[in-house]
Design a protein around this ligand. Structure first.
Ligand code: NDP
Length: 253
């Protein structure tokens, strides 16, 4: 029996990258996992298929975050699917993983792009947490995917890093708010992690990126998924309001 048998989990943005690895990892521990993305049902279904191939349980939920009505739409589908499979709408584990990056020089960032970054990366997680409060049982788990860029400067990503700073604040304050219910709230800060985008096919680029980690390699999605799985389980019960550095020592300087 896995450590999360009988639990339910939502991993936002789990059609690929870190989210996909996390969804698969949580399902491997026995959780029933809601695999979420904005619109690519095929990719979400691929994550579900990978879960089922290992004997786990999952289902897809589509909803674009960062637009009006986003959280309502997501929870409408989520609760319908949970009810069908478990007879209740209890959500034990919420992983706020979906995110978009900026990659724009500070001089060139438009107000529209700034708003979009905050809408997807900061506002949506806030209201997902708020909406999930009725679904989360005592002892529930909220895990927010932050970034090492909250600790080191990269001017191309100033607005993105600001959204992740907001995520860390979400973690801090909700950890105190939800402590009396035994719900833990933590941030995980990945460093450069191979999410399958084309840059990770370029050996020169990968070698350069690997230099940031004291281990001399880029992160793999499972490096982050394992940390999330730890925080999702009972072993982490005494940890809340934390920022877990999952950057392979990138922040050590
Ligand atoms: P990917 O770009 O590989 O995947 C992003 C996921 O989020 C996809 O499933 C995507 O689905 C979903 N998503 C993006 N925007 C939206 C939206 N508006 N509404 C709904 N779903 C959305 O991301 P990574 O795996 O690289 O990153 C995952 C998290 O980790 C992010 O929060 C990121 O900021 C953070 N991170 C990543 C690092 C890295 O090096 N990879 C480093 C530090 C932090 P769809 O395609 O359908 O929109």
């Amino acid at each position: 029996m896995g450590k999360l048998t009988g639990k339910t989990a939502l991993v936002t943005g789990s059609s690929r990258g870190i989210g996909r690895a996390t969804a698969i990892r949580l399902a491997r521990e026995g959780a029933l996992v809601a695999v979420h993305c904005s619109s690519n049902r095929e990719a979400a279904d691929e994550t579900v298929a990978a879960i089922e191939k290992e004997g786990g349980r999952g289902f897809s939920v589509l909803a674009e975050l960062g637009v009006p009505g986003d959280v309502h739409e997501l929870f409408l589908a989520l609760e319908r699917e949970l009810k069908e499979r478990t007879g209740s709408v209890t959500l034990d584990i919420l992983v706020n993983n979906a995110g978009v990056m900026g990659g724009v020089a500070p001089e060139d960032l438009t107000p529209e792009a700034f708003d979009r970054l905050f809408a997807v990366n900061a506002k949506a997680p806030y209201f997902l947490v708020q909406r999930a409060l009725d679904n989360l049982p005592d002892g529930g788990r909220i895990i927010n995917i932050s970034s090492g860029l909250t600790r080191v400067a990269n001017p191309q990503e100033v607005a993105y890093a600001m959204t992740k700073g907001a995520i860390d604040q979400l973690t801090l304050h909700f950890a105190k708010h939800l402590g009396p219910r035994g719900i833990t709230v933590n941030s995980v800060g990945p460093g450069i992690t191979d999410n399958g985008t084309p840059v990770f096919d370029d050996p020169e680029a990968v070698a350069a990126m690997a230099n940031y980690s004291v281990f001399g390699r880029v992160g793999e999605t499972r490096d982050i998924a394992d940390v999330v799985a730890f925080l999702a389980g009972d072993d982490s019960r005494w940890i809340t309001g934390s920022y877990l550095d999952a950057s392979g020592g990138t922040l050590l300087g």
